[in-house]
Design a protein around this ligand. Structure first.
Ligand code: ZN
Length: 149
């Protein structure tokens, strides 16, 4: 039987020998008894994991629950870093195979790195400068509206 990997919300990740037809059935975590779900292949999961990073819940005052939440947050941060490292790896590979510098790479919405020319890079920098100026202007307008403190 093939081996599949499961992820429990408690942070435990484990493998199980399961027939292909039953791989999507949730497993019971041996550590906490919670429901563990089949993990997606790393390349696919990487795109979803972005969503789990973000503001964590506040302290609930219930020790068991907080410890559980802390583990989930810790796991989420770990997964976030894994995605970052994977991206850096992909970037290095594209740089090595195309011979362009990191400044001449653009990331598509699909997360793919593509080499860009000087003209495209200059256009990107102009767009960024316009965006920055617009954001500065917006902040100034909001500060004016707020008045002196
Ligand atoms: Zn568990």
């Amino acid at each position: 039987m093939p081996i599949f990997e499961y992820q429990c919300p408690c942070g435990l990740r484990f493998e199980a020998n399961v027939s292909r037809s039953k791989r999507e059935e949730p497993r019971v975590c041996s550590e906490c008894g919670d429901t563990a779900f089949l993990t997606l292949p790393a390349s696919v999961a990487g795109h979803f994991r972005k969503d789990v990073t973000g503001a964590g819940p506040q302290n609930t005052g219930i020790a068991d629950l907080d410890a559980h939440i802390d583990r989930v947050i810790g796991k989420s941060a770990e997964q976030g870093w894994a995605v970052q490292e994977q991206r850096a790896d992909e970037k290095r590979q594209v740089m090595a195979s195309t011979g362009v510098s990191g400044g001449h790479l653009s990331r598509t919405v699909d997360g793919e790195y593509l080499p860009i020319g000087d003209a495209e890079k200059a256009a990107h920098e102009r767009a960024l400068a316009i965006h920055t100026a617009a954001m500065d202007w917006k902040t100034q307008q909001e500060n004016k509206k707020r008045g002196p403190r």
